[in-house]
Design a protein around this ligand. Structure first.
Ligand code: THU
Length: 163
């Protein structure tokens, strides 16, 4: 028998000012996008902004639906839009911001499991890590070095065989 410990390094910034200029700008783009969230059911508004290798920034926000599972998270709106507009262009950073109309959110909201799975495939295809920046209305900024870090033991197409 063998037991393995799997962990990752999370960098925590007390203030957005500790980040680089481009990281700050990307978080600001996510905050702008958050304003266009369509979240009448949860009142939880999420913004996402991805910085691509070609310098473009593509944004997204959560889009809900009366049939709840039909809605989509901000992260996938942004990343799918990036894939549609700039196919094959690598994603360098994904910034995510979140807030609620009902209460103060003071800890960063991390991508849900479905988003991690979807975005992981982009990371594997591009063969370079996607850095993830997370920020709420208040509190610290979290930085993860890659999607693989927060989705260990991920399922991918290799399990489907013949590729
Ligand atoms: N949501 C996101 O957009 N991203 C996340 O990382 C977590 C959750 C959205 C989905 C739904 O519209 C609302 O937040 C509440 O779950």
């Amino acid at each position: 028998m063998e037991k393995k410990q799997i962990g990752f390094e999370l960098t925590i910034f007390e203030s957005i000012n500790e980040l680089s200029q481009s990281e700050q700008e990307l978080l600001q783009a996510a905050e702008q996008a958050q304003k266009n969230a369509y979240a009448p059911y949860s009142n939880f508004q999420v913004g996402a902004a991805v910085l691509l290798e070609n310098g473009e920034i593509v944004i997204g926000s959560n889009q809900e639906n009366a049939s709840y599972p039909s809605g989509l998270c901000a992260e996938r709106v942004a990343v799918f839009q990036a894939g549609a507009r700039y196919p094959g262009v690598a994603i360098k950073i994904l910034a995510v911001t979140a807030g609620s109309k009902d209460h103060v959110v003071n800890s960063p909201a991390a991508p849900c499991g479905n988003c991690r799975q979807s975005i992981m495939e982009y990371e594997q295809n591009q063969k370079t890590p996607i850095v993830i920046l997370l920020k709420a209305e208040k509190g610290p900024v979290f930085k993860c070095s890659s999607m693989a870090d927060i989705l260990p033991l991920a399922f991918n197409s290799s399990f489907l065989g013949d590729s």
